[in-house]
Design a protein around this ligand. Sequence first.
Ligand code: ASP
Length: 316
Amino acid sequence: MAAALLTGCQSNRVTWAIAVHGGAGTIDPNTPAEQAASYRASLARALEEGRARLARGDGALDTCEAVVRILEDDPNFNAGKGATLTEAGRAELDASIMDGSTLRCGAVGGVTTVKNPISLARLVMERTEHVLLVAEGAERFADATGVERVENAYFVTPRRKEALEKALRERKVGMGAGAASAYGTVGCVALDSNGRLAAATSTGGRTGKMPGRIGDTPLPGAGNYADGVAAVSGTGTGEEFIRHAVARTIPARMELAGETLAQAADHVVFRTLREGDGGVIAVDGKGRIAMAYNSLGMYRGAADSAGRFEVRIWKD
Ligand code: ASP
């Protein structure tokens, strides 16, 4: 009897779990059905890849990198191809990755020719003594690694050009003023079947940002974080995520205040951040997933070993 109960419990236990996001923001609820379907399909494709990898026993870190690469290559999102543009009309990309089981992390900021910044971030983690390389130094490091390179024009899409023109037309006063949070930053958090957590996040930043601006995404603890308690990937107004160390605060609240993952994520998103700032996806060591946002919508998806597989944009 005891054995039967135990077996029953074990079969329900979540052994791996994954969540992805494709950005948060003012996503118009009247988005044409065709466009919403295209976003859902993009998210589902990335999530399916993650699910297949975790189900066959791949590690959380490899899975997060592979999933983010797919989203970087997808022009629907503000990362890699389709990234937002600086006020000078160029793409400057930020990314970071973190292994929760070792606290090793790597990040790049302001890269302009690296097709998949998340893979360069991983190489910073694995091949250097550093955590974050930016701009020219990051490009030089890329030269030495053999990662795939592209012209900056590869990243630029007509949609992001239009968004920049609009932002510049509406610009008020001040350096970087009117830099708009453009939804589409991508991220992935995962728990693998060996109990390891990882997080990866990649972005073009904010539309019309000043050249050289670095957001929260490549800053471990702000836009991306993983430890033995939880893995977190954020999206939204990066400056606010930096001020409040959003990604690190979630596992910290779990450890120090005894909150659940959902409580900690809700606290940070609904009480610390301002309405409209964005959201987070997070997973803990038991495979529980939180996806909280305080904007109109967040492109997101979740899957786990118990059969969950869902993709959503609004509160649907
Ligand atoms: N957090 C990103 C940044 O500020 C942008 C976003 O997620 O929309 O760079």
